[in-house]
Design a protein around this ligand. Structure first.
Ligand code: SAM
Length: 281
C-alpha cells in the first residue's frame, strides 16, 4: 500500500525543484542584497541597528537574502537553517561573494529538528512556518530559541488579506490555465524583473502544495502562550500597538485592501503580515 506524501516531503520536493527568491545567478542575488531588502521591514531594520543584537537565528532562510543581509549590512553573526539543499548552496555562494562566509553558518535541517545549546538574541522566520505540517508547533519551536529579553520576528500569510489573491489566481489557473495566471502575475509584480526570480515567486505564491493562513488575533494568543509581548506589526504600518480590538478591526480591513490591489488595480498584494515581539527579560 502506498501512502500519500507528507506535507514535509511535498514542501521539500517543491523547493528542491526551484527554491524561492531564486535569481538567475548568484551575482544578481548579491547585487540585490547591496540594496538592503530588509529596509522593507522598518521595525526589523531598526532592531538590527542595535549592538545588543549579537546572535541571530533564521529558520527557513531559503536562498539566504535575509541571513546574508543581516551578516553583511548589519554585521551580525547568523545561524541560518533550511531543509532545501539547492537554496543553501546558493546562499553560501552569495555569502562568499559578499565576503561574509565567516559570519553566517548555513545549516541543512528540518526546522523542527534544529536545536541549539544557547538561545539567540533574535529569531527570524519570514514566510516559512505556514508551509510546515503544524504552524503553531513551528511557532513554539521558534519562540523557544529566543533568549530572555530577546526578540522574535515572524512573517505569515494573513487569513483575510490572502484570500482575494488566492481566489483570483486559482480562478485564472482553472479557467485559462497556468500560463495565463503567470502572465497576469508578471504584469502585477513589476518589481520582479529577473525572469528566474519572477518564476520562483509565481510558483511560491500560486502553485504551492501547502500553506495555511493566520490572523494577528490568533498569533497574539500564541505570543501570550510563549511569554512574548507584541511590539509592532505591518498591519497598522508599524504604529504603536494599541488594544486588541482596534487591531482586530484594522486586520479585517486587509480583505478589502487585497481585493482593491489584486483585482481592481492589478498590483501584487500577497496578503502577508509580520510581527515583532520581545521576551520578558
Ligand atoms: C517561502 S520560502 C521563504 C524563504 C526565505 N525565508 C525567504 O524569505 O526568501 C519557505 C522556505 O522554508 C523552507 N522550509 C519549509 N518548511 C521547512 C522545514 N520544515 N524545515 C526547514 N525549512 C523549511 C523551504 O525550504 C523554503 O526555503
Amino acid at each position: 500500500m502506498t501512502h500519500p506524501a507528507s506535507v514535509t516531503d511535498r514542501v521539500r520536493d517543491f523547493y528542491r525543484d526551484m527554491p524561492f527568491n531564486f535569481y538567475s545567478d548568484a551575482g544578481v542575488a548579491a547585487d540585490s542584497i547591496a540594496r538592503n531588502p530588509i529596509a522593507a521591514y522598518p521595525d526589523l531594520d531598526a532592531l538590527l541597528e542595535e549592538d545588543e543584537i549579537a546572535s541571530v537565528l533564521e529558520l527557513g532562510c531559503g536562498a539566504g537574502w535575509a541571513a546574508n543581509t543581516m551578516a553583511s549590512r548589519y554585521g551580525k553573526r547568523v545561524t541560518a537553517v533550511d531543509f532545501t539543499a539547492p537554496a543553501l548552496d546558493r546562499a553560501r555562494d552569495v555569502a562568499g561573494r559578499l565576503g561574509t562566509s565567516d559570519r553566517v553558518d548555513f545549516v541543512e535541517s528540518d526546522l523542527f529538528a534544529f536545536e541549539s545549546a544557547a538561545p539567540f538574541d533574535l529569531v527570524v522566520s519570514i514566510g516559512v512556518l505556514h508551509h510546515t505540517r503544524d504552524c503553531r508547533a513551528a511557532f513554539a519551536h521558534a519562540a523557544r530559541m529566543v533568549a530572555p529579553g530577546g526578540f522574535l520576528f515572524v512573517g505569515l500569510y494573513h487569513l483575510y488579506g490572502r484570500r482575494p489573491f488566492l481566489d483570483l489566481y486559482r480562478g485564472i489557473c482553472t479557467r485559462e490555465g497556468e500560463d495565463a495566471a503567470f502572465s497576469r502575475f508578471r504584469d502585477c509584480a513589476e518589481t520582479l524583473s529577473d525572469e528566474t526570480h519572477l518564476r520562483s515567486w509565481f510558483r511560491d505564491q500560486v502553485l504551492h502544495p501547502h500553506e495555511t493562513q493566520h490572523t494577528l488575533a490568533e498569533v497574539w494568543q500564541w505570543l501570550d502562550d510563549e511569554g512574548l509581548a507584541l511590539l509592532s506589526t505591518n498591519l497598522n504600518r508599524y504604529a504603536e500597538v494599541e488594544d486588541r480590538a482596534t487591531l482586530e478591526v484594522q486586520e479585517k480591513a486587509q480583505e478589502a485592501l487585497s481585493l482593491r490591489r489584486n483585482r481592481d488595480e492589478g498590483r501584487f498584494f500577497p496578503g502577508f503580515f509580520t510581527v515583532l515581539a520581545q521576551r520578558d527579560p
